[in-house]
Design a protein. Structure first.
Lengths: 318, 116
């Protein structure tokens, strides 16, 4: 099944009376999520604010976000997919195996109670974080909670939304989608876009040593990636665009200092609900913006003879 | 004393909430006040100044001009068989569009934090 049943944060604020956070800790990672969008605000159809909403936290341990929750469900690490699958079965009234549900660290009664509450909601929303999408099961976990939210629409209005971290990572998804048709991990080396996570995703490419040059902007993989990936970045010519000299800059061939997005560089960024917002920078940087440097590199490449993909002797597409 | 500049409804790009109701007070090269920002947003705004703390560019660790660095970058990327364009999280959509254009020109892979 494809597609995401979702909404904007404005709709959550004005309508949601049942909110689940799964594998995320907004109290520490998105401090204003509760107060600006989801829990405490009074909405058009939730006039009592926090009193009119129920909040459930699902995580492997009780984080500071647990203080804000009405119900905390502790799932055993790595058992999120099993828990979602059991919930999906219960939503459809199908039988579930007690012992296998117990492996998730929760009982059938606890899950049935959650399902009853989800079905009784007027407008439910499931926010899921990296505790779900980046642990065992990975994108299959995300697909499962998106399916759970979609299937609940047979009973009530229910939506799902990923809790996105870094500033404009949502914008990267949106821009790559509307330019290439795919959200991330896109290979253009045949002259047309190909998408295959696991094959064309950065960590896999670098660990295998597939790339022979890299341009890094708005990221510091030298501080976050697995060691073999970092070692490969140090082996090949790496170019870094960043407002600071980063870990990656130190192993790079070329570093270019740029203005800080939103602080001294203007432009557009996407919020996690895919609403684009304009930036209003307060400072004027002595450095050029990422946009300007990328344009200059592109113009410099354009001065060179056109690149044509070698497609087994057939005519190139580029 | 540098003049105080107040920016209303400024947008914070630290996390995915992208709060756009921040009031920033800037004095010269730094932001001194971040009204309505959370603790993460406050340190984000206050840690980025407009001072010239780093060289314009570095080639092999040595200070260089932006023009020379741009030329070197273009050379490396053009010569590569399978270059990678990665990151895209802390940059604007306008820069991301340029990155897609460049990735297409050099026949590379383009990827973001989403794949991590």
């Amino acid at each position: 099944m494809g597609g995401k049943v979702t909404c904007t944060l404005g709709e959550v604020k004005n309508r949601a009376d049942f909110i689940i956070y799964w594998g995320g800790n907004p109290a520490e990672c998105h401090p204003r999520h509760f107060t600006k969008y989801t829990l405490t605000q009074k909405g058009k159809f939730v006039p009592n604010g926090r009193k009119g909403r129920t909040m459930v936290l699902v995580d492997i341990r009780e984080t500071p976000s647990g203080k804000a929750a009405d119900l905390f469900l502790q799932v055993r690490p790595g058992k999120d997919f099993e828990m979602v699958t059991a919930l999906r079965a219960l939503v459809k009234g199908q039988p579930v195996d007690r012992e296998r549900v117990a492996e998730t660290g929760l009982t059938v009664e606890q899950l049935q109670d959650l399902v009853n509450q989800m079905k009784a909601a007027k407008f439910g929303v499931l926010f899921f974080g990296m505790g779900l999408s980046m642990t065992r099961g990975k994108h299959m976990n995300s697909a499962a909670v998106l399916a759970l939210a979609a299937e609940l629409n047979a009973f009530t209005k229910f939506v799902a939304m990923p809790m996105r971290g870094h500033g404009n990572v949502t914008g990267a998804d949106v821009v790559l989608r509307y330019t290439t048709g795919y959200p991330f991990g896109i290979n253009l080396c045949r002259g047309y876009p190909r998408f295959n996570p696991g094959e064309f995703s950065t960590v896999d490419l670098l660990v295998r040593g597939d790339n022979d040059a890299a341009l890094i902007l708005g990221a510091d993989p030298g501080a976050t990636m697995p060691q073999p990936a970092i070692e490969h970045l140090a082996r090949i010519p790496t170019i870094v665009l960043d407002p600071k000299v980063t870990h990656t800059s130190r192993l790079a061939k070329v570093h270019i200092t740029t203005a800080a997005t939103g602080v001294s560089a203007p432009g557009t960024v996407y919020r996690m609900d895919e609403v684009p917002l304009p930036l209003r920078p307060a400072l004027k940087s002595p450095y050029p913006t990422d946009e300007e440097v990328m344009r200059r590199i592109r113009e410099e490449v354009l001065k060179k003879p056109a690149w044509l993909p070698a497609t087994n002797g057939r005519a190139a597409i580029a | 004393m540098p003049e105080l500049k107040i920016v209303k409804n400024a947008t914070c790009t630290f996390c995915g909430c992208v709060c756009d109701d921040i009031e920033l007070h800037a004095e010269g090269e730094r932001i001194v006040e971040t009204k309505r920002a959370c603790s993460l947003g406050e340190s984000w705004f206050k840690n980025h100044t407009a001072e010239r703390l780093y060289p314009d560019a570095l080639i092999d660790g040595q200070p260089a001009t932006v023009a020379a660095a741009v030329e070197a970058a273009a050379d490396y990327l053009y010569r590569a068989h399978m270059p990678l364009v990665y990151g895209l999280s802390n940059v604007t959509c306008e820069a991301q569009r340029e990155a897609v254009f460049l990735a297409e020109l050099i026949g590379g892979v383009i990827d973001s934090h989403t794949s991590l």
